[in-house]
Design a protein around this ligand. Structure first.
Ligand code: GP9
Ligand code: MN
Length: 728
């Protein structure tokens, strides 16, 4: 033992030994933070391996900088300072994470961010006794150095050593990046969640990445000028489509319930497997005369997938050509979004219900900029054990467990439910399904039908509740599919199920499968039916506004009301391809309605296509300018007040709603108040097996509170990202 200690001592007394000791200590502290303080959702040996590897490259790189210093004392000082700075970054993130379940951005660190609060005095209350472990090593080393118990090695540093260490660090980082990208493709281009970058590349790399992105954004924003806005406004004014007077205001004053159907494609509607309808409930809605059901409605998302769909629905502005506008720009951009417009123009309250962690797609920040008053994310739900599947709470449970919050919203409300169970690769516990699977060679294709069926059942249960609680009659329910579930490569296996052959399957077929459902269900309105006009996600907001009797003239919205006689039926895809009622144009190739390539288009058609293609390109480019240059900060439509994100935080939303209800007394319009201050969740009927085999059936009772639900947060996070490597 004594011998070992002595050897260690001599090792540390040498500058290389001391350097290695600092690297190892910092690595250990990072591992401690990863496993004890952060919930990174690491699963599988490969992800753990990447996690263990990722602090090494950056620590070598950072501490290695001190080795370039010639003067021995200064060199040691440099190593200690760099190590302390790195520790500070780690530790402040630990504290911040305890409060916000998220990592600090450069803007938070510098205090520039409007949405993500920095560390305040109260954050120090989040310190824990064991935090001393983050600092103890440095304190001990300083003492040992000062007491000369560790000697400063006075020998000059080997000439090539610093450079060798930097090279090794860079090499290690490349290996790390390659492994990360192989496990989570498009890690840096799409930036799903800050969690992901830390998990794969480490905290230092994340901070640098965020700094570079922030600098780029600031530069693009700084280059904004008046003419950018002039072009946008000219397009918007000329493109504006006035409402059809028969439709304008037909849903005025109703609650709006948006149901985001994860990965749900239109072909599922009326589709049967072994003679069994996949989605009998959605089919019945689709064919109801109280539903305006669109049969030629297309998703228009890019890499931002769900977040792009949400962005279009909330703002009628497109996502970005690359990455997600939510994660890339959403923390700081100015939005003129549905929750704020509806609140200001028609007194709506607003809430989002989603069983995944709030940081995914940066929703926790973006929603504040959109003016969402409440956000019930995974922290408000019990997402433990078999209650969750990959991206969070199973859909039946999401609807069921949300009701106790929903009933507290003041009416009219604008409420959005983001489902998750029907997400690639469509896993589902056998207890949740008895649906017969097709038998193609592609497992994802087969499973897709079971999760879609499960979603359908969840919706039926929710609708039954809406009816029995009385919400149904004064609501408008909007259901839409966010994007494809099956990718173009899966489509080759899907082809046979659609009566086509994989041999002749082509781009045109893929494009037609961008159809997703849009159903606007207005109970008591019997003039609905299947709508054949072409449109896309960009058109939903103007349509909803007009149905609610809200004028959208003057707003920077790129879509047009689907019911307007002037509605624009040229539907742009994010990659500048487009579809129209008569033809589809993919990379310049024109297809007719039957999918046949038009090799010799008439001069008239050529001119039309040229004009349409130019419009599509112009529209997308203007939308990109609005996003990238944050143009809406310079323009506020008449009658609109810009959103102040500081007015929102999503902690204790349940308690806050209850308090608001109590304050309003007789004036409270919440369902709970209308129901004589009784919960309506007892009306909820669900066959979810996760509720029957535990005492969680009284989960919906009014007794549970935020802190109770919050206790499940940590576990929900590990559920959330656990299978991200399998997502598309
Ligand atoms: C995650 C969920 C899925 O919270 O919305 O996002 P997606 O992978 O579909 O973009
Ligand atoms: Mn999605």
């Amino acid at each position: 033992m004594k011998h070992l200690f002595k050897r260690l001592h001599t090792f540390v007394d040498q500058r290389n030994g001391f350097f290695i000791l600092l690297v190892v200590l910092f690595w250990l502290k990072t591992m401690f933070a990863y496993y004890v303080d952060f919930s990174l959702g690491v699963s599988g040996i490969f992800q753990h391996f990447i996690l263990w590897l990722n602090p090494l490259a950056t620590t070598l790189l950072v501490l290695g900088l001190a080795l370039y210093i010639q003067q021995p004392k200064l060199r040691y000082f440099g190593m200690m300072i760099l190590s302390a700075a790195n520790t500070a970054l780690l530790y402040f993130n630990v504290i911040y994470y305890r409060q916000f379940t998220d990592f600090m951005t450069i803007n938070t660190i510098l205090g520039y961010s409007k949405v993500s609060e920095g560390l305040s005095g109260s954050s120090l209350a989040l310190a824990r006794p064991y935090d001393v472990l983050y600092w103890l090593d440095l304190i001990i080393l300083v003492i040992l150095l000062l007491a000369h118990l560790i000697k400063i090695d006075q020998r000059p540093i080997q000439r090539h050593l610093p450079f060798a260490i930097t090279s090794v660090a860079v090499l290690l980082f490349s290996v790390n990046l390659t492994l990360g990208e192989s496990n989570r493709p498009q890690l840096l281009t799409r930036t799903f969640d800050r969690n992901y970058i830390v998990k794969y590349l480490g905290l230092d790399a994340y901070t640098v990445y965020d700094a570079v992105k922030t600098a780029q954004n600031n530069q693009t924003r700084a280059s904004a000028n008046g003419s950018d806005l002039t072009n946008v406004l000219a397009f918007i004014n000329q493109h504006y489509a006035a409402p059809d007077s028969k439709m304008y205001g037909i849903a005025k004053g109703r609650n709006v319930i948006i149901i985001h159907l994860e990965s749900f494609q239109q072909f599922l509607i009326d589709y049967k497997v072994d003679g069994r309808e996949v989605t009998p409930f959605l089919n019945s809605l689709y064919h109801s005369d109280q539903t305006y059901a669109f049969s030629n409605f297309f998703h228009q998302v890019g890499q931002g997938k769900t977040s792009d769909a949400e962005n279009m629905l909330e703002t009628s502005v497109y996502g970005l050509p690359q990455g997600s506008v939510f994660t890339a720009l959403g923390s700081d951009n100015t939005f003129q979004a549905a929750p704020a417009i509806l609140a200001q123009k028609a007194g709506y309250s607003s809430a989002v219900f989603h069983g995944n962690v709030g940081s995914f797609w940066n929703r926790d920040n973006v929603y504040k900029n959109m003016g969402y008053q409440n956000f019930f994310d995974a922290s408000y739900f019990d997402t433990t054990g078999d209650r969750s599947e990959q991206y969070g709470l199973k859909d039946k449970l999401l609807f069921h467990d949300s009701v106790k919050y929903l009933e507290q919203l003041q009416q009219p409300f604008y409420a959005k439910f983001i489902t998750v169970t029907n997400h690639f690769p469509f896993p589902l516990d056998s207890e949740d399904t008895d649906f017969p699977l097709p038998t193609t060679d592609d497992k994802a294709v087969n499973n897709y039908f079971a999760t879609a069926h499960y979603l359908d059942q969840a919706l039926q249960e929710f609708f039954t509740y809406l009816k029995s609680s009385g919400l149904y009659d004064n609501s408008m329910i909007v259901l839409y599919g966010d994007h494809y579930g099956l990718s173009n490569s899966d489509n080759l296996s899907l082809a046979e199920l659609l009566g086509k052959s994989s041999d002749t399957w082509n781009d045109y077929d893929n494009a037609q499968l961008q159809r997703v459902p849009l159903m606007i269900h207005i109970p008591g309105q019997h003039s609905g039916g299947i709508q054949k006009q072409y449109g896309g996600e960009i058109d939903v907001l103007p349509t909803i506004e007009h149905l609610l009797g809200i004028d959208n003239k003057g707003y920077v919205q790129f879509g047009t009301d689907l019911f307007s006689p002037d509605h624009d039926q040229v539907v742009a895809f994010r990659n500048t391809n487009f579809v129209t009622p008569t033809h589809t144009v993919l990379d310049g190739t024109i297809y007719n309605k039957n999918g046949e390539e038009i090799t010799h288009p008439s001069t008239a058609l050529q001119a039309t296509v040229k004009r349409q293609q130019a419009k599509v390109q112009n529209e997308l480019q203007l939308s990109d300018t609005v996003n990238n240059k944050n143009l809406l900060r310079f323009y506020t439509p008449a009658g609109f007040t810009p959103v102040d994100p500081e007015n929102y935080d999503y902690k204790n939303d349940f308690a806050k709603l209850k308090l608001a209800r109590e304050k309003l007394g007789n004036l409270s319009t919440s369902l709970y108040s209308k129901n004589d201050d009784q919960t309506t969740s007892t009306h909820y009927k669900t066959d979810a097996p996760e509720l029957s085999d535990s005492d969680s059936s009284d989960n919906s009772s009014d007794n549970s509170n935020d802190s109770e639900a919050n206790s499940s947060q940590a576990s929900s996070q590990s559920n959330q990202v656990s299978t991200d490597s399998t997502s598309k």
